[in-house]
Every structure is written in structure tokens, then in C-alpha cells.
Design a protein around this ligand. Sequence first.
Ligand code: NAD
Ligand code: UFG
Length: 392
Amino acid sequence: MATGGAGYIGSLATSAGAAHILCTGGAGYIGSHTCVKLVEAGFKVSIMDNLLNSNKRVMERLKELTGKDIPLFEVDMCVADDVNKLFAEQKFDGVIHFAGLKAVGESVAKPIWYYENNITGTINILKAMASSGTNCIVFSSSATVYKPCEDPLDEEKPTGCSNPYGWTKYMIEQILIDAQKADASLGVSILRYFNPVGAHSSGRIGEAPSGYPNNLMPFIQQVAVGRREALSVFGTDYSTKDGSGVRDYIHVEDLAEGHVAALKRILELKTGTIIHNLGSGNGVSVLEMVKAFEESSGKPIPIKLADRRPGDLAVVVANAGKANKELNWETKRSLKDMTDSVWKWVSSHPFGYDDPPPEESLRKESGFSQTLRRGSVEVGFSQTLRKESGFS
Ligand code: NAD
Ligand code: UFG
């Protein structure tokens, strides 16, 4: 594992000091964890975010964790003038481009919004980079760009998407590849994430989804703290180890270190496009994740057996060999590290960075009849559903 060493930055330092990296979407889940690792690795960091899906309070936590005042520029990447102004006023040596809308279902309902936000925003950033002489970009892509395939996915596997969110990632990858072909001074790193989960080991930053949680871990964490009654397990008849879906979960701190490694590599190469999967290569089933979370939290997670979710595959796992070799990076945190860190975060922040809402809205949110104690995670559950399901 070769991330985080500050020594290397010496060779990347500019005349003004440490390389200055702009994290678009840096106030969000993955961006905030990456900002911590970037500062630890010796980079100077700024954030550009319109806070559409994040909370300004994360900035206090970043200061607490890094000891640095990371500037937050509240800019919408779709407003070209504002993006240009920011790039003209600041000197950025590189961009890590996290900003984007990311909910698959929402993208099906609101495709134009997704295409406009994610693609127009990226084009604005690329234009501002070109006019201000910023020559390096690392992009948050996704395993969703691969055509359905249940074998371990290496970077050569065929690409193709099934929803507008995925197509935005696919199209942005192509835009970046073409922009780099036309401008040899540009360096592009595309990172295809598998399933990011977990929180910072301090429990001070973590995933705080707004609205209904669509992904597995945010749903489990809301069940654990009493905000949802039970987890629906989407499909228990897959030909997997226990019938439930298998995914490649990656601890967000490993993912964040993967960004530092990719950034260093592309700053060093100075040109070209590099594409890497960031995953662990290990498959974990839904039921294994539930069990691991129960062990970390000491809380039962009631489950309901549900039909398969349309579009889901039985297994999605990375072959991360290319990143291991070329970025000298690999995951080092276990499933237990993932669930322990989520529990540390969510047990102290059951509503993420927000204050708890009034009790009445809590009851409505969870559908519970019992009174939930505000700000408390000590909410008991019946084991009935779990017993009915036949899982122990
Ligand atoms: P997130 O929603 O927590 O963070 C994204 C950030 O982008 C938010 O803070 C949001 O306010 C900001 N943003 C959105 N539109 C913006 C705009 N127009 N201008 C400025 N800021 C804007 O999401 P995340 O989970 O941290 O994901 C980060 C990136 O990684 C996204 O591009 C996402 O598509 C990608 N990704 C995430 C996952 C995952 O499972 N979390 C998997 C694969 C890829
Ligand atoms: N699942 C449940 N119940 C839930 C939610 C999920 O059983 O309430 C199951 C799913 O069926 C799947 C597994 O948990 O088997 C993981 O589902 P997620 O929704 O957490 O993640 P996906 O693998 O479906 O997709 C996520 C992102 C995509 C991204 C992909 C790879 O949503 O955008 O990871 O990065 F492309």
C-alpha cells in the first residue's frame, strides 16, 4: 500500500508550495473522506460544491480531522461564469471531480436533470481548466459503466449502461478520453468505483443520505438506528453462496487512498488517460453484510424477503489487479472495519449532520407505532420478521 507518503509531494510541489487540488463535490460522502487523505498526503485542498446533496457542517469536521481550514467555494458547476471565475481566481494544479447526481432511480425519472447536471457541469469544468492552465483531472466513474457481467470485471470488459445515471458516467468518460486525445498537456485518471461503504475511523464523517436510502448500507444503518423498520433483501434465490446478491464493497477510506494514489500517478505521468477499477475483488452477500453489521452494532437488523430488484445482477465483483499494480494501491480494510466504522458514525449521528427532527416526523418516517426516542439509538425491535424469514 503506497499512499499517503508526503515525501513524494516534494517533486510535485509548485513554486507556490504544495500542489493545490480542487475537489468538486468535496463536501459529499466520498469527497469528504478523500479531502482528509489528500491533506494527510501533503496536498493543499479546496472544495467546490453547491451543497445539493451535502451539509456545510462537514467543513467543521474536516477542520477537526485535518487541522486545516479547507476553503469551500459554494459554486454550482452548471453555472459556467461562476466556475470560470473560480478557476481564474485560484490556481489549481489538479481537479478531483466528484460532483454529480448519483441516484439510479431518480435518473430514470429525471433524465434531463441528470444529463444536464453531470455532463454540462463536467464540460464547464474542463473548459475552465483549459483556460486557466489546470492540466490534470481524476474522475469519479462507476462499475455501472460495464455491461452486465458476473465474472470479475477488469478494465477491458465491455462497457454499456442501462440507466441515465450510468450513461452520464459513460459519456463523461468518453468526453475526457476525447479531450485528452486533443490536448496532450492534459492528464486524465478515470476511477471506476465498486460499492463504497464505511466511514472515517474517527466516526466524525460518514455517509448521510438525504431522502429515502436506495443503497444497501445506508438502509441498514437507518434500520439500526430506528429510522426504518426492516431491510428488504432484494432476491434470495440467486445462485450465490446464500441466495442473496453479492457485491464488491470497498471501505471509503481505502477508496479515498485510491484517489491519492491515482492523483499522484497522473500528476507524475502529466499526460494520457488511465482507467482503473477501485474495488477489493472480494464478494460479500447482502446477508453476510447484515450479519457483519449486527456483530458490529450489537443490534438486530430485521429483514424481509423481497423479490429481486429489476436490473440487479447476482454478482458484481472487481478485478482490481490493474490498480494494485499500476497505482501500487490495494484495499487494506476488512468487512468488519467497514461495519464497525459505519456503526461508530451512525450511532453518534443517526441523522447524519442534521439535528434530529421532531418525534412526530420520526414516527411517520419509520412507520413505527412505538414512540422513538429523539436523538437516541436505543430503539428496540421485534425479531419477528427475522424469524419469519428463516435466517439466523
Ligand atoms: P454525494 O452526493 O455524497 O457527493 C456528490 C457531491 O456533489 C455532493 O456534495 C453534491 O452537493 C455535489 N454536487 C452535485 N451536483 C453539483 C453541482 N451541480 N455543482 C456543485 N456540486 C454538485 O455522492 P458520493 O457518494 O460522494 O459520490 C461522489 C461521486 O462518486 C459521484 O460522482 C458519484 O456518481 C460517484 N460514485 C459514487 C458511488 C457510490 O456508491 N457512492 C459509486 C460509484 C460512483
Ligand atoms: N439491496 C437489498 N436491499 C436494499 C438495497 C440493496 O437487498 O434495500 C441489495 C441489492 O439488491 C444488491 C446489493 O444490496 O444485491 C447492493 O445494492 P446497492 O443498491 O447498495 O448497490 P448496487 O450494486 O445496486 O449499485 C451501486 C450504486 C450504483 C453503482 C454500483 C457500482 O447504486 O450506482 O453500486 O458502483 F454503479
